[in-house]
Structures are given as structure tokens and as C-alpha cells.
Unconditional design. Structure first.
Length: 372
């Protein structure tokens, strides 16, 4: 019987796999892997994730701007003291040399003379030049028929000539001359009119100068009621007052001459009153000029030097007091601004905690009413 020959398959050939329909389905693990892959592809695909809603950001509180506080207006109150008044020039020199320029000036007696010249625009060196060249005879006019009293007209003319005949209201700095009304004893502050006449009235020492007639009244030395015119300086608008006290004190020494006796007598009478007014100054400068006679014009240079030394000694005190006052003004301005803001701010609405209630400004009791 002949043998059947079978075709042998090639060695390298692989039989084709024949899968049953059940075997074609993926296993459970395969299905899980396929699902995970699809999820990953979906996440990396074109679908955009949801953007979380933005949380409102509270803006930072606005920076509070400090109110503008104007610089201090410095006032200079120059007291009376006859020839001692040259010390005022030294004080002014030292103040200006250290950047402290007074804005307003008030003077009594000798202080009114220096104050008028300074307020007219003279710098301290010009003042000193005038003081050195001053001839006592040019400001003293004795009238024999009036009991040997000084008329004062020469002093009036000297001042008017020095200020170019400007009235008080046309000075470069606000200026006031303080005098005493003879009929009533009231303090009179001249802030307008004839400069020389006002200075003459302020400098008319009783018993030495004739009273000055202005209008319907007579006037004498301002030192009787205001030895150092602190209050007049405030009235001119000064925020910070530097007072210069050169008045004679009852030191136990006998004054020289009639002018010295009268001058010290006036100082003693007004000493208590002067202390009360000086207490209203921010800083008091006291040049050591008590040993200089009221009529001793020969020591004018020494008086100027003492004024410089006294002003230099209190400069730290002046700066500290000015800084403190300015800080207080800033604090007051802040408080005023805060009160103004609080007054303009809307009234806060009370919280109505109970559900179904709302704020009702017309309801007095609890300011809440039913929302229905």
C-alpha cells in the first residue's frame, strides 16, 4: 500500500494562531489597563480643567497722608532798658547767624527803637553800624521851659529818617510799638501810623521825656504796663515768641543819675506785671547788662556782645522748644483731620442676626424690621 506523503512545514514558519471568540476578549487586568490609559489620554487631551472661582482680594488700606503744618512764625519781643537796648542788636545777630529769622517784631521803649529799624529791613550788621555811629545828642533834645525834660522830637526824626519815613504798616516785617495811655493807664499797641511818633511815645520815660500827644490822648513809656511785649508779639501773629529781657532789677545797687533812678523805679513797678507776661513767652533771653547804666552809651559795644553771648547760650533751648511745639501742632492737625473723617464717614449699619430681618433706619427700638 503506498505511503501518504505529508508536506512538511518550513522550519522557520510559525503556525497561525487560531483564537476562539472567547479568547479574543481581553482579560480583566487588560480591561483595567485600557481604561486607565483612556483616562490619562483624556486628561492630556483637549479638555481644559475647571478654573476655580477667584476669591475677592481685599485691597490694602490707603496710606494716610499727614496734614500740612505751616512753619512756625517766630516773634521777637524786645523789652525796654534805655542804653541796655543795644543788647537787642547782639541777640538779633546771633539768631540770624543760626538760621532763626524772626517774622514779626514788637518793642517797648528802647526795644521799639531797635525793633523799628530791624522791621524796616536793616540786617543786624547795619543795625550795629548805626549803633556805633549813633550820637547821643542826635536823639536827645532837652527843653528848659518844660522842667528839663527831653522833648523826644529828635528821637522821632531819627527813627523816621532811618526807616525812610515809612509808616508802621509798610514795614517789611510786621511791627508793633507798645506805649501807655497816660489818662487811663491802658496798654496801647501801635501797628499803623507814624513810626517815629509811635517809637517816641513808647520811649517817653515818665519824668525824663515829655508825654507824647497823639490824637486826643497822651502817651508815656510802654514799660509801665508791658516791660517786655510778649502779648503784642502774639497779636502780630507769632506762633513762637522769643522775649529779650533787659529790664533793671532791684539788685541792691544804687542806680546812676536821674534817668537811672527813674528807669529802675519803672522796672520795679512793672516787675511783677512783667513776670506774668514773660511767662507767656516760649523762650526768654536775659543778656547780662544790669551793670550798664541806663544812660551809659559808652558801653554799647559791651551790650551788643552780651546780647550775642546770651542768645548763643539759649540756642539749644530754642530749637528744642520749636521742635516740641511743631510736633504738637502736627498732632493737633492729625486729630482734627481724624475727627473730620469720622464726621463725614457713613454711619455703620447694625447687624440683624435673626433670619428674615433686615436693617431699617426708621425703626427706633432695635433698628431691625421683618423683611416681609
Amino acid at each position: 500500500m503506498p505511503r501518504r506523503r505529508f508536506a512538511s512545514a518550513p522550519v522557520n514558519s510559525r503556525p497561525s494562531a487560531v483564537l476562539s471568540p472567547r479568547a479574543a476578549l481581553p482579560s480583566l487586568a487588560g480591561r483595567f489597563l485600557i481604561g486607565a490609559a483612556i483616562a490619562v489620554l483624556s486628561a492630556c487631551g483637549g479638555t481644559r480643567p475647571e478654573v476655580p472661582s477667584q476669591v475677592p482680594v481685599t485691597p490694602p488700606p490707603a496710606t494716610r497722608i499727614d496734614p500740612v503744618v505751616p512753619p512756625l512764625r517766630i516773634g521777637l519781643a524786645l523789652g525796654g532798658g534805655a542804653a541796655k537796648g543795644f543788647a537787642h542788636i547782639g541777640v538779633i545777630k546771633m539768631l540770624e547767624a543760626n538760621g532763626l529769622k524772626p517774622d514779626v517784631v514788637a518793642g517797648t521803649s528802647a526795644g521799639s527803637v531797635v525793633g523799628a529799624l530791624y522791621a524796616s529791613g536793616m540786617d543786624p550788621f547795619k543795625l550795629q553800624e548805626r549803633a556805633v555811629a549813633l550820637d547821643e545828642a542826635s536823639i536827645r533834645d532837652v527843653r528848659l521851659f518844660s522842667g528839663g525834660l527831653v522833648q523826644g522830637l529828635k528821637l522821632q526824626d531819627y527813627v523816621n529818617q532811618s526807616v525812610d519815613n515809612k509808616p508802621i504798616e509798610r514795614m517789611r516785617k510786621p511791627f508793633a510799638a507798645v506805649a501807655t495811655r497816660l489818662e487811663t493807664g491802658e496798654r496801647t499797641v501801635f501797628v499803623r501810623g507814624n513810626t517815629g511818633q509811635a517809637v517816641r511815645a513808647s520811649s517817653s520815660v515818665p519824668g525824663v521825656f515829655e508825654p507824647v500827644t497823639i490824637g486826643n490822648y497822651q502817651y508815656v513809656d510802654g514799660g509801665v504796663v508791658s516791660p517786655v511785649p510778649v502779648d503784642a508779639t502774639r497779636q502780630l501773629g507769632a506762633d513762637f515768641v522769643i522775649a529779650v529781657d533787659i529790664s533793671s532789677k532791684a539788685s541792691g545797687k544804687r542806680p546812676d543819675g536821674m534817668l537811672g533812678i527813674v528807669n529802675q523805679s519803672i522796672s520795679i513797678m512793672g516787675q511783677r506785671l512783667g513776670e506774668q507776661e514773660l511767662a507767656r513767652a516760649d523762650v526768654v533771653i536775659r543778656p547780662k547788662v544790669l551793670d550798664i547804666g541806663a544812660a551809659d552809651f559808652t558801653q554799647r559795644n559791651q551790650a551788643i556782645l552780651e546780647g550775642e553771648k546770651a542768645a548763643l547760650a539759649v540756642l539749644p533751648q530754642i530749637r528744642a522748644a520749636m521742635q516740641k511745639l511743631q510736633a504738637q501742632r502736627l498732632a493737633d492737625a492729625r486729630a482734627t483731620a481724624a475727627r473730620r473723617e469720622a464726621a463725614l464717614a457713613p454711619a455703620p449699619q447694625p447687624a440683624c442676626k435673626d433670619e428674615g430681618w433686615r436693617w431699617n433706619p426708621l425703626k427706633k427700638k432695635d433698628e431691625c424690621a421683618a423683611s416681609n
